[in-house]
Design a protein around this ligand. Structure first.
Ligand code: PMP
Length: 396
């Protein structure tokens, strides 16, 4: 008999990892090599300078606990960097380094969500937000992300406003957006920040894809003239290909950061010592970041031009992150499948891994599949061509 805490039963366990597992099974049993559009990380190695710095820290014995909020040098560096970038004065005391942005998000929800509290999420959105809110007994309230083949993905801020109730505590704004790959219109961030300020709500801004922008201007919530109610989250995972290093950070008022420190010291003590030293060097690698973004832009273009050759799907050329989120409703209807069924079929019949839109709650994503373009152009072309064969057969 298992006596798990009842909160655990509120987790769906849904994540993008499940489809990787199905792919591994197919590879094993059918002996085919799959092409993986399911990945959520850059395929490039961490820049050499960062690795050298971490190695040197190890060699020098920098292996003990650090302060809970991270080493002073890294907190200062992040504060200076953001101050320079966005013009607003951010101090070291307003920065906490965390083991990944996911942990930063978890702590942010933990600090604010009481049972019954409502949190406004985009539908679709990164699966982990809803899971953590549910775990804490809170309630995700969804505002739809609409799709227009010409305009891309957009959210109506009046619709968002209509979702706010007495119980609303927080709004989560992830831009550029996972899973749609949208760099939202800069007006949206402004409007959401104003709503959060006027209604006295916490604005949790997840800007982990801020360097992955291909079209349009990116606007950070840190550019808004007020940020008393803002919890800003970013990290090293995507920009510097450091997913396995587990380093993220939170920027918020000093009082909030103090609370993060208390939680950190009880949950994980501190972020990994030598990884933090390595991250110090990341600020000197923006030439490499720029090359990576140029490469990703070419890959995005390649994926888009192949995708639009497939009959019955509607795609928008994504403007941010490294995802394309095409609409498969026509194919799904003809084939009598849902997005999960189609994703499994594509793994089994085409050897191509995608992530069904349904994984990103709640229902807007159900006719979509998420495809990552963080892989070689050759593979992108081959993968989409394999999909084309299977999809056209399905369409009859
Ligand atoms: N936010 C979003 C929107 C993400 O897509 C991810 C990673 N998939 C994260 C946060 C977590 O990043 P990290 O590796 O820093 O935990």
């Amino acid at each position: 008999m298992e006596n798990y805490a009842s909160s655990l039963s509120r987790l769906t366990g849904e994540s993008t990892l499940l489809y990787q597992e199905i792919a591994r099974n197919v590879e094993r049993t059918k002996g085919i090599k799959t092409i993986n559009f399911g990945i959520g990380q850059p395929d490039l190695p961490t820049p050499q300078r960062i690795k050298e710095e971490a190695k040197s820290a190890l060699d020098k014995g920098f292996t003990a606990y650090t302060p809970a909020l991270g080493i002073d040098e890294l907190r200062s560096k992040i504060a200076e960097f953001l101050t320079q970038k966005y013009g607003d004065r951010i101090s070291k005391e307003e920065v906490a380094v965390t083991p990944g942005a996911k942990t930063a998000l978890f702590l942010a929800f933990l600090m604010y969500v009481n049972p019954g509290d409502e949190v406004i999420l985009f539908d679709p959105s990164f699966y982990s937000y809803a899971e953590v809110i549910n775990l804490l007994g809170g309630k995700p309230v969804y505002v739809p992300v609409n799709f227009d083949q010409n305009k891309g993905f957009y959210v109506d801020s009046n619709e968002l406003l209509s979702k706010i109730s007495q119980r609303t505590k927080m709004i989560v704004y992830n831009n550029p957006h996972n899973p749609t790959g949208m760099n939202f219109d800069s007006r949206l961030g402004k409007e959401i920040a104003e709503i959060a300020r006027d209604r006295r709500l916490i604005l949790l801004a997840d800007e982990i894809y801020d360097y992955f922008v291909y079209d349009g201007e990116f606007r950070s919530v840190l550019q808004e003239p007020w940020r008393d109610n803002v919890i800003y989250i970013n990290g090293f995972s995507k920009t510097f290909s450091m997913t396995g290093w587990r380093l993220g950070y939170i920027v918020a008022r000093k009082e909030v950061i103090n609370k993060v420190g208390i939680l950190a010291s009880n949950i994980y003590t501190c972020p990994t010592s030598f990884a933090q030293r390595g991250a110090l060097a990341s600020f000197d690698t923006f030439d490499e970041v720029k090359k990576m973004i140029d490469l990703f832009k070419r890959r995005r273009d390649a994926m888009y031009s192949e995708l639009i050759k497939i009959k019955g799907i509607r795609a928008y050329k994504s403007s941010g992150a490294f995802y394309m989120f095409p609409d498969f409703s026509e194919v799904l209807k003809t084939a009598g499948l849902d997005s999960k069924g189609l994703a499994v079929k594509l793994i089994e019949d085409a050897g191509v891994v995608t992530i069904p839109g349904e994984v990103f709650p709640e229902k807007m994503g159900r006719n979509f599949l998420r495809l990552s373009f963080a892989l070689d152009e050759e593979k992108i072309k081959e993968g989409i061509s394999r999909m084309k064969t299977v999809l056209e057969k399905l369409a009859g």
